[in-house]
Design a binder for this molecule. Sequence first.
Ligand SMILES: [Zn+2]
Length: 284
Amino acid sequence: MFTWFDGRHDFLQYVTQIKSYQLEAERYLSSQREVSGYCAACRGVRKFTVNAGVYFGPLPNLREGLVCECGLGNRNRLIYSAIALETEDHADVQMAILERTSVLYRRLQETYPEIIGSEYMGEGAKGGTLYPVGGISVRHESLTELSFSSCSLDLIVHNDVLEHVFNYRKALEELYRVLRKGGTLIFTCPFFFRLDRELQKARILADGSLELLMGPEYHGDPINAQGALTFYHYGWGLLDDLFRSGFADVRVGVQYDVFSGLVSNNHPEYEYGNMLPIIIRAAK
Ligand SMILES: [Zn+2]
């Protein structure tokens, strides 16, 4: 069950309320190799592998961990739950997700056979065109230049992509453009709940070169072995940016549910870096 917030004040109250329970539960989970829990995609109790091999120092990153037998970890089950809630399990929604080679795509396709998956295939790739990747054909889409027709989708989803997009305001405008009136954008990104505005870590200069404003931060990328550079740490200003792009209703949803393996990332710096299981939902 998601609890929805439209601003910082109520969210911080919630964070404070659950803090001691959160820290105790996550200490316990971190000490286990395997736990049983409810998987929203499997619709049943399954074994979760706690540690997926991603760490903060000695601590397992639980946002990437708590991986179900079906392959979905904490963050992916969270987004799966948000999609199921949004679609009310109707298989015929016009839905696109900005990933194609992932377990999440495969699990979603079982329920939503018409879902359109894509990956960012690099600069110069053409939107809507298929490229061979690991024996399958993968559609290229760039968040800042989507090839979908305007007002053509009921739901568009991306999962830890936006922090890697330098011109993210253009991306939000594109996401708004391709949705039908009443359609919804659902996404995850690292969300720093103490930040009022985004923190910019790098930028692309007019001549196309990259300037690092802070130490580089790379995340795993299914297509690019070098990883994807993080341009921003987002805070509450992202909600204002979504409203400015035209969205009529913008909220942050939290589903903190230990039994479903939906907990924070377990980052040891509670004030900056610890992230609850958060979805951002914006309706057109
Ligand atoms: Zn599962």
